[in-house]
Write a protein of this length. Structure first.
Length: 158
């Protein structure tokens, strides 16, 4: 579990750094545009890629903490055993959807790498931001699975 805690901290740190870089780039672009009349041509594109990384990597944290959006108003009225069964089903569905999206999406990432497709303004290899989608989904599936397994090991009130 120490490895998982370290992974969680690394993901949190990376998402924070990506967001700070995006904010700094946005501030630099504003100053460049309105003070020096020289905007950073590729700033919007780079900020978009940083945001994709932040969202998909950060999504793994949301899954690990079990704080994803749910339609759970009715669940709170159910008996604890049934509520638990629905929670388990939701986690298993989350893992299955993540795995399916990785399997379906990875060939597109591979094609981008094979063709060395690059972004228009910044000339960034498109495989980098596109790979963050399946990487984030994989981390989400892993961390939700770890949380699910840990919930079976934790003592529950009778």
């Amino acid at each position: 579990m120490i490895f998982i805690r370290g992974l969680v901290l690394a993901i949190q740190g990376l998402t924070a750094v990506l967001m700070l870089i995006a904010v700094a780039l946005n501030a630099a672009n504003i100053v460049g545009r309105y003070v020096f009349f020289r905007p950073i041509a590729s700033a919007e594109e780079i900020m978009l890629f940083l945001l994709v990384g932040t969202v998909f990597l950060g999504n793994a944290m949301v899954g690990f903490e079990g704080k994803q959006l749910r339609m759970d108003v009715i669940l709170h009225a159910l008996p604890p055993a049934l509520h638990r069964a629905f929670d388990i089903a939701a986690d298993l569905t989350m893992i299955a959807v993540c795995v399916i999206l990785i399997v379906l999406g990875w060939p597109a990432v591979q094609m981008l790498a094979d063709f060395d497709q690059r972004s228009q303004a910044a000339e960034i290899p498109m495989v980098i931001p596109q790979a963050l989608v399946p990487i984030g989904l994989g981390l989400n599936a892993l961390l939700v699975g770890v949380r699910l397994i840990a919930s079976f090991r934790a003592p529950r009130p009778c």
